[in-house]
Design a protein around this ligand. Structure first.
Ligand SMILES: [Zn+2]
Length: 109
């Protein structure tokens, strides 16, 4: 019967589709698909500056509201990194940090 055959074909297609969906979700569970990562911005954080970000400047200090330590990170170009300096030394504590790290260093060879 034609009806039975087309019904079987449809069922086979469903099976196939389910298999594909299963493969995708299994791949996700295994972590095959890259999670969207928080890439550092490509451009300098300073308004109006479109130079490539060369350094991440991070300052960790004690929030004056008593909320605890906070870290403020800005991605800056070379020039603006050179201008950067600690601004929250009044809130310095034993864990205070002012850190400048190159970004994307691994990409340059
Ligand atoms: Zn800049």
């Amino acid at each position: 019967m034609a009806d039975t055959k087309s019904g079987r074909d449809e069922q086979a297609r469903d099976e196939e589709r389910r298999q594909v969906e299963r493969d995708i979700s299994e791949a996700r569970e295994r972590g095959d698909e890259p999670e969207p990562t928080a890439d550092p911005p490509a451009e300098c954080h300073r308004r109006g500056c479109s130079e490539p970000a060369a350094f991440s400047v991070t300052e960790r200090y004690q929030e004056e509201t008593g909320a605890g330590a906070v870290e403020a990170t800005a991605f800056l170009c070379v020039d603006h990194t050179a201008e950067e300096s600690p601004v929250n030394v009044d809130d310095a504590y034993e864990g205070y940090a002012f850190r400048v790290e190159p970004v994307g260093a691994g990409d340059r060879d």
